[in-house]
Design a protein around this ligand. Structure first.
Ligand code: NAD
Ligand code: TYD
Length: 372
């Protein structure tokens, strides 16, 4: 197969590209990425010379470019990860989110429709796979503020309910609204034109190569640089965390074995209150840096809350476990240890991606929050 993976130079994308390139040497993997601030080809330096890997710098909102890429590469499958992905940025500048996430997805759908309808076998053997987020479902109640033991060995549930594949979309941020809108277009191309599509909605990912504007890499980088750790509100919001390579394995399973027109939720049954997660993170970084226990606690700085901050996300991932046999492979403690080690072992990567433009962005985000 010839498979386009869009956004392959980003955080999740590079793990998906690496998995596919190594696992399927008979397939050609075409990474289509615009290389925005979040895309970094250095993330893929270990596989860039492999014969079944190809990189094309292009914008998914550019219809002619997408048509050309699909035709020139006789594309059979598309996995769409390209997106603007940071909620805080979407609050500052919603337009680029609508453009990339909504119009970009629509552009890809239309280019794929046109190309596949021109093929003799039409849609047979083709698939458009949209990578979505649990944030489209909105926010769950935080009705067990202390958490009660839930489904897994270490699982604490902070409320009685979970996002199911049937949960109605109810996005609150410009980011989640743009992703929800994209998902609706994807379904409409199945229902209207019969295009084979599949969608998955995953919870918060963490792991190597995540841009340090998201909670976990930002805080690791700040602890290592003795900078304040900006905790929004009281740090009581809950997220469900999954190691990024487990997400990549789920994407592989869904792409190859998922049912057309289905939705699959992906999550770790691993809910954490932000402040508890931050404490684990501080303990781990301090230990690995050889600092005394509690050394970096003083960096915790409570700042004004994110507007419209969703209180709790929690995914019910039993469908993908039941139907496709997927399970997260790592316990959270293991995943965090692996992640912190990776960032501390790769200070050059952190320094490179946080130079220049990023620092100006950081100042503009936190300059008025007494954080720097
Ligand atoms: P990211 O921001 O790290 O990477 C996005 C990539 O898309 C970058 O390489 C960027 O250069 C590229 N890109 C942006 N605009 C583009 C355009 N117009 N044309 C081509 N390429 C463009 O994002 P991520 O965290 O890796 O997320 C990937 C996907 O997974 C997104 O669709 C996101 O909504 C979804 N998702 C992310 C998470 C998470 O926790 N990070 C969880 C669930 C779902
Ligand atoms: P983030 O990594 O931005 O992911 P998302 O908003 O998509 O869930 O944030 C994770 C949680 O951490 C979220 O509840 C917001 C909170 N947060 C902070 O408290 N401080 C920060 O500096 C950041 C980036 C996030």
């Amino acid at each position: 197969m010839n498979i386009i993976i869009t956004g392959g130079a980003g955080f999740i994308g590079n793990h998906v590209v690496r998995l596919f390139v190594n696992k399927y040497p008979q397939d050609t993997i075409i990474n289509v990425d615009l290389l925005t601030y979040a895309g970094n080809l250095a993330n893929l330096s270990d596989i860039e010379d492999l014969p079944n890997y190809k990189f094309i710098k292009a914008d998914i909102t550019d219809y002619e470019a997408m048509r050309r890429v699909m035709r020139d590469n006789a594309v059979d499958g598309i996995i769409n990860l390209a997106a603007e992905s940071h909620v805080d940025r979407s609050i500052k500048d919603p337009f680029v989110f609508a453009k990339t996430n909504m119009l970009g997805t629509l552009t890809l759908l239309q280019a794929a429709k046109e190309y596949w309808e021109s093929c003799p076998e039409k849609y047979t053997g083709k698939l458009f796979y949209q990578i979505s987020t649990d944030e489209v479902y909105g926010a769950l109640q935080l009705s067990n503020p202390e958490g009660i033991k839930g489904l897994g060995a270490n699982h604490c549930a902070y409320g009685p309910d979970f996002f199911l594949e049937t949960t109605k979309y109810n996005p609150h941020s410009p980011y989640s609204a743009s992703k929800a809108s994209a998902d609706h277009f994807v379904r409409s191309y199945h229902d209207t034109y019969g295009m084979p599509i599949v969608i998955s909605n995953c919870s918060n990912n963490y792991g190597p190569y995540q841009f340090p504007e998201k909670l976990i890499p930002l805080f690791i980088n700040n602890i290592r640089n003795r900078r304040p750790l900006p905790v929004y509100g009281k740090g009581e919001n809950v997220r469900d965390w999954l190691f990024v390579e487990d997400h990549a394995r789920a994407i592989d399973l869904i792409f190859h074995n998922g049912k057309v027109a289905e939705t699959y939720n992906i999550g770790g049954f691993n809910e954490w209150k932000n402040i508890d997660l931050i404490k684990v993170l501080i303990r781990t970084v301090d230990r690995l840096l050889g600092n005394p226990e509690g050394y970096s606690d003083e960096l915790i700085t409570f700042v004004s809350d994110r507007p419209g901050h969703d209180v709790r996300y929690a995914i019910d991932s039993r469908k993908i476990s039941r139907e496709l046999g997927w399970m997260p492979s790592l316990q959270f403690e293991e995943g965090i240890e692996k992640t912190v080690r990776w960032y501390l072992d790769n200070p050059q990567w952190l320094d490179n991606v946080t130079s220049g433009e990023y620092m100006r962005y950081y100042e503009s985000m936190y300059g008025n929050r007494d954080v720097r």
